[in-house]
Design a protein around this ligand. Structure first.
Ligand code: MSP
Length: 504
């Protein structure tokens, strides 16, 4: 039986158009999902839209339409982004779907019957932009810690007994060191929990755009309980007839989130799950935030980065590569056009693109348009190059499991640069005159190296990797991770390639 892997993005609020932040989280998940598929896991890669709550209700009002009409329209923009960025999600959940509503009600009933919900009254601050409650002591200069405006709320509310789970959460973090990543976030969450947890308001009565609380028509569920439950709904938690999908994929292997929503995922979510007797996800990874040329990205500054425009201007693989190569995943990063252009020109066009271009052109011109047959003997330089990836497949696996995308790419580019050096040192154009056979060995070694590199690059730059593997006629069933251990047999007819990455 295949190993399974369940990976999720946050579900995106549909109050707004998709921006670079949304594209970034989903891209990271896409790379992991594609890598795991290459490594022959059965992957379930989930993304979707968060469609309830006060924020979305207000956005609909401001647009002069009813909330359902509004969310139907805006969630389409997020679906469009998936195509545009070449994302390979297996499912797309919307929180207005029936099966999700059922899941929310199912987990609610479970929490209730386990004695973890009680009715009381909430009075305190609420920030609609964050969809979060704040106590007096958390308010900074009349605002939420994020800078979002707050409003005073006083209403009847159901509460989840979060305080009861404080110790259990701390024990869980203690015995599952990798549950929260990176380390800095783990420390932040642990000290938040140690500072004391208060019970959490989990229903609202002052508006109606949400999931109804079972048996109490005055209340709708707090949007974060609703939203987090999407991870269960999508794998059929509410399907009473067939629990196979749920059993197969739950608990999730990783929830990928931005650093701003770590508390919801690493504190509230595991507490809800423990309280509902459900297994906990294996990992929560919180990535950093992008700024734009040194400035915080915000609508009011008018500097929001539009992923559609970026892709149109620079190309999809160029953007995918840049976002994951430029900044160590987990850190904040600055988006700079000049850096983007540098990376495209130097890493993609001059190094990898040029390696492919010159090697295939030399074969085309000198070897009768045919990749030479696999030689019987390689010298030390050939073997070193050919084995550099083969010998470190497990390192690449670990780098993906640790979400170190930049390091993964750096390692591959060391091989790209070694291959370019090898071309210069071996000088196949000179061998052509005095040692034709040796020239064939050199060119074979180079295509073989390009084959391996391109297999490993499929998750990051799928279109280009495919172009290359197609060009050298690698069959589809030999593009798996384990296929790196094979070797070309050669005698493959090839054509002259077009440049892969035009210089900018
Ligand atoms: N709906 C909630 C998530 C519910 S998950 C059960 C939500 N949605 S969101 O649309 O506001 O944000 C989604 C993601 O975008 C978050 O992970 C957030 O960190 C990310 N980003 C928003 N702006 C960003 C940057 N400037 N840079 C990087 N990521 C950013 O929160």
């Amino acid at each position: 039986m295949k190993l399974t892997y369940y990976i999720t993005t946050p579900i995106y609020y549909v109050n707004d158009v998709p921006h670079i932040g949304h594209a970034y989280t989903t891209l990271a998940c896409d790379v992991i999902a594609r890598f795991k598929r290459l490594d022959e896991y059965e992957v379930f890669f989930l993304t979707g839209t968060d469609e309830h709550g006060q924020k979305v209700e207000t956005a609909a009002k401001n647009n002069g339409v009813n909330p359902k009409e509004f969310v139907d329209k805006v969630s389409e923009n997020f679906k469009k982004l998936l195509n545009y960025m070449n994302f390979s999600n297996d499912s797309f959940i919307r929180t207005t779907e029936d099966k999700h509503v059922k899941s929310c009600q199912k987990i609610w009933e479970k929490l209730l019957s386990n004695g973890n919900i009680y009715l009381d009254k909430y009075s305190g601050w609420y920030a609609v932009r964050d969809e979060a409650f704040f106590s007096e002591s958390e308010i900074v200069d009349g605002k939420a810690p994020s800078g979002a405006p707050v409003e005073w709320v006083e209403e009847p509310s159901y509460f989840f007994n979060l305080s009861k789970w404080e110790q259990k959460l701390l024990e869980f973090y203690e015995s599952n060191e990798d549950f929260i990543s990176p380390k800095s976030r783990r420390n932040e969450v642990i000290s938040f929990v140690k500072s004391g947890l208060k019970d959490l308001s989990i229903s609202r009565t002052s508006f109606s755009w949400g999931v109804n609380v079972p048996n109490d028509k005055d209340h709708i569920m707090y949007v974060w309980l609703d939203a987090l439950t999407n991870y269960l709904s999508a794998c059929e938690y509410s399907n009473e007839e067939n629990d196979e999908v749920f059993k197969k994929f739950w608990p999730a292997d990783i929830h990928m989130v931005g650093k701003d929503i770590i508390r919801f995922h690493a504190v509230y979510w595991p507490a809800f799950l423990m309280a509902a007797d459900l297994p906990l996800p294996k990992k929560i990874f919180a990535h950093g935030w992008w700024t734009n040329e040194g400035n915080k990205i915000s609508k009011s500054l008018g500097n929001v980065i539009d992923p559609f425009q970026l892709v149109d201007k620079y190309g999809i693989d160029q953007i995918r590569y840049f976002l994951l190569r430029e900044v160590p995943f987990g850190n904040d990063g600055d988006f700079s056009n000049s850096q983007l252009i540098n990376r495209i020109n130097s890493d993609l066009a001059n190094s990898y693109g040029n390696l492919f271009q010159r090697v295939v052109s030399m074969i085309f011109k000198n070897c009768n348009e045919t990749i030479p047959l696999k030689p019987n003997k390689f010298n030390k330089e050939d073997s070193t190059l050919i084995n550099s990836i083969k010998n470190s497949l497990n390192d690449y696996r670990s780098l993906i499991d640790e979400q170190k995308f930049d390091q993964y790419l750096k390692n591959i580019w060391i091989v790209v640069s070694n291959a370019n050096k090898y071309v210069d040192e071996q000088a196949p154009w000179a061998l052509k005159k005095n040692n034709f056979e040796r020239m064939e060995v050199v060119l074979f070694t180079l295509v073989e190296t390009i084959r391996q590199i391109s297999i490993l690059l499929q998750p990051f730059i799928p279109d280009t990797a495919k172009k290359i593997l197609d060009h050298i006629k690698i069959p589809y069933d030999q593009r798996k991770l384990k296929s790196v251990d094979l070797i070309l047999s050669g005698n493959i007819k090839i054509s002259l390639p077009n440049p892969l990455f035009p210089r900018i």
